[in-house]
Design a binder for this molecule. Structure first.
Ligand code: NAD
Length: 261
C-alpha cells in the first residue's frame, strides 16, 4: 500500500522541476493523477514517465491563472476519478530580477496571476468537492522568498508572501470542514526556474558556492520538495493545517552570519 493509495490528486506545474518530481512520487505512492502545465509537451512527457511505471494519469495543458481552465481540470479529475482528495497548486514563474523603477503594472499582474491567483483558483474550484467528502489536502508552493527579502524579485516575493497568507486564511475559512490547506517554502532548488543561476555559477566556476548560505551548505533537489508535498498530501499530515513549512536546508533559521568556516 502506498501512502496515497486510492487518493485522487491534481498537480500543477507538473511539466518540470518540483511539480514533475511530485507527480512521479505521488503516482509511485498510489495516487491517481491529473497533471497540469501550460507547456503541453512537457506535461505529456511527465505523464508518459508515470504510465511507464504503471501509474494512472491524465495530462492537461492549461494556464493555472485562467479560471475556466482551472475549473476544467478540477472537473476532469472529478468526472474521471469520482472526486478530488489532493490539490498541489505548484505552478509558478519567477519574473527574473527587474529594477524597481523598471517594473510595470502588467509585469506585476502576470506574476501575481500565476503565483497567487492561480492557487486561489485551484482552491476555489477544488474545495467544494473536498468539503462534500469531509476531507482533503490542498498544498501550495510558496517560497522562502515569501518569508523575507533577497530570495527573488519584488513581485515574486510579494506573490509568495501572499501564498503564505492564502493558506493561513483559507485554512480558517474552511473551519470545521476537514479540508487541510498548507504551503511549502522551498529554498534554492535546482529546476527549470533556477537554471540560469546554476548555469551562470557553473560557467564562472563558482558552483561550489551555490547553497552555501544555509547550514546544510548545499542546494536542494526537486525530490526533496516532493517528499514534503507527499507528507502534506497523505494522512500522515492529518493534524497539519494552515502552515507554511520551509524546506530550505535551514536557510530561514538564521540571521545573516559572516563567521562561517
Ligand atoms: N526552484 C526553486 O529554487 C524554488 C524555490 C522556491 C519556490 N519555488 C517554486 O516552486 C514552484 C515550481 O517551480 P520550479 O522551481 O519547479 O520551476 P520550473 O520552472 O522547473 O517548473 C514550473 C512549471 O510551472 C509551469 N507553469 C508556469 N506558469 C504556468 C501557468 N500559468 N500555468 C500552468 N503551468 C505553468 C512551467 O511551464 C513549468 O513546467 C514554483 O511555484 C516556484 O515559484 C521554486
Amino acid at each position: 500500500m502506498g501512502r496515497l493509495s486510492g487518493k485522487r490528486a491534481i498537480v500543477t506545474g507538473a511539466g518540470s522541476g518540483i511539480g514533475r518530481a511530485s507527480a512521479l512520487l505521488f503516482a509511485r505512492e498510489g495516487a491517481k493523477l491529473v497533471i497540469v502545465d501550460r507547456v503541453e509537451d512537457a506535461v505529456d512527457e511527465t505523464a508518459a514517465a508515470i504510465r511507464a511505471e504503471g501509474g494512472t494519469v491524465f495530462s492537461v495543458a492549461a494556464d493555472v491563472s485562467d479560471e475556466a481552465a482551472v475549473n476544467g481540470f478540477v472537473d476532469h479529475c472529478v468526472s474521471e476519478f469520482g472526486g478530488v482528495d489532493v490539490v498541489y497548486a505548484n505552478a509558478g514563474i519567477s519574473g527574473g530580477m527587474v529594477p524597481l523603477q523598471e517594473q510595470t503594472v502588467p509585469y506585476w499582474q502576470e506574476i501575481l496571476a500565476v503565483n497567487l491567483i492561480g492557487p486561489f483558483l485551484a482552491i476555489k474550484a477544488a474545495s467544494p468537492h473536498m468539503i462534500k467528502q469531509g476531507k482533503g489536502s490542498i498544498i501550495c508552493t510558496a517560497s522562502v522568498a515569501g518569508l523575507r527579502a533577497n530570495a527573488g524579485g519584488t513581485p515574486y516575493s510579494a506573490s509568495k508572501a501572499g501564498v503564505i497568507s492564502l493558506v493561513q486564511t483559507v485554512a480558517n475559512e474552511l473551519y470545521g470542514t476537514g479540508v487541510r490547506v498548507n504551503a511549502i517554502c522551498p529554498g534554492l532548488i535546482e529546476t527549470g526556474m533556477t537554471k540560469p543561476i546554476f548555469d551562470g555559477a557553473r560557467a564562472r566556476g563558482t558552483d561550489d558556492k551555490i547553497g552555501q548560505l544555509n547550514p546544510l551548505k548545499r542546494y536542494g533537489l526537486p525530490p526533496e520538495i516532493a517528499q514534503a508535498a507527499l507528507f502534506l498530501a497523505s494522512d500522515d499530515a492529518s493534524y497539519v493545517n494552515g502552515q507554511a513549512i520551509p524546506v530550505d536546508g535551514g536557510l530561514s533559521s538564521t540571521h545573516p552570519f559572516a563567521g562561517r568556516r
